[in-house]
Design a protein around this ligand. Structure first.
Ligand code: SF4
Ligand code: MG
Length: 321
């Protein structure tokens, strides 16, 4: 199968500046060499504690915040090698949905304008056609054309996320990067929005990169899961394998914080991950997880483990089997 999106050695570094005449004294390695592919119609979730580089990864892929290094290939096209109209067209195939739809929707604009803007920006200017598309999209996300003349503040959080989703869909994208799209919503509303995303995925053959801070949130929606720690992927596999046979101590730690009956975990000592994530400005040498890993050995403090494996990958010198 041909991937929709390929990410090769993606890096995003931010310079750390010091002094009266600022000079660069180091780098925050927010994203530090990611490799993964996304296949048409699937949902891959990026999971990890805040500050591990998930959102930065999403923003680097769509070039909201261009990568420092690495390649992003969409439908076989290397985004760093195309420009102008070609790049603009390709970028419409990737859209983002944000955690807080309120801050991503201009409060002074009516819903109808917010939804027609992407179309107008891409030179679809036939007014009737634009109106028809806006009305249709409002219905698709569970609102109505009567909502067109209202402003974002007149809607509930869940409705606003529906508007954010509608806006993301206006240009028929193939890939949607969902950056914690339900974490700011009431628990009772979360399932509704997740169901909507699932329905839309089927209807429009969408591919999702779904960003979340906990594994519980993504169990229901993901085909595969990539667990991130300090800018790197430490484990990547099918959702079922990640939950039933986690190989990385960090993944196992994340799982043991959920009240999910897991016979695989019951048979072994539970791994509890304590303390905070170290600063990405000064990550631990060797395996960056060694400061919190209960099974770390000498080699872990010196030698960074590579991500290895075919369908279930992990970066650990002593993976749990
Ligand atoms: Fe723990 Fe070592 Fe594996 Fe890192 S490489 S997760 S420190 S056992
Ligand atoms: Mg984030």
């Amino acid at each position: 199968e041909v991937p929709l999106l390929e990410v090769h050695n993606l890096k995003k570094y931010y310079p750390i500046k010091k002094g009266i005449i600022p000079r660069t004294v180091g780098h925050v390695k927010a994203v530090d060499g990611l490799n993964f592919s996304l296949y048409p119609g699937e949902t891959l979730s990026l999971v990890g504690e805040s500050g591990c580089g998930k959102s930065t990864t999403g923003r680097a892929i769509v070039k909201l915040d261009p990568p420092t290094e690495g390649k992003v290939i969409l439908e076989g096209m290397d985004l760093s090698e195309i420009s102008g109209l070609n790049l603009r067209k390709t970028r419409t195939k990737m859209q983002m949905i944000f955690q807080d739809p309120y801050s991503s929707l201009n409060p002074r604009k009516r819903i109808g304008d917010l939804l027609s803007e992407p179309l107008l920006a891409h030179k679809l200017t036939d007014k009737e056609e634009v109106d028809r598309k806006v009305n249709e999209m409002l219905e698709i996300v569970g609102l109505t054309k009567l909502h067109r003349s209202r402003y974002p503040h007149e809607f509930s959080g869940g409705q606003r996320q529906r508007i954010g989703i509608a806006r993301a869909l206006m240009l028929n994208p193939k890939l949607i990067i969902c950056d914690e799209p339900v974490s700011a919503l009431d628990v009772s509303i979360q399932a509704q929005v997740l169901n909507l995303l699932k329905d839309l995925q089927k209807e429009f053959q969408l591919t999702y990169l779904f960003i979340a801070h906990g594994l519980g949130a993504v169990k229901y929606i993901s085909d595969r899961i990539a667990v991130m720690y300090l800018g790197k992927i430490v484990e990547l596999g099918k959702t079922e394998d990640i939950f039933k046979k986690p190989k990385h101590p960090y993944t196992q730690g994340l799982l043991s914080t959920y009240p999910i009956p897991n016979p695989h975990l019951r048979n072994r000592e539970r791994i509890l991950v304590e303390g905070d994530v170290p600063s990405p400005a000064n990550p631990p040498k060797g395996c960056s997880f060694h400061t919190r890993c209960p099974i770390a050995q000498d080699i872990c403090r010196v030698q960074p483990p590579e991500l290895t494996g075919l369908h279930h990958q992990t970066a650990c010198h002593f993976p749990l089997l």
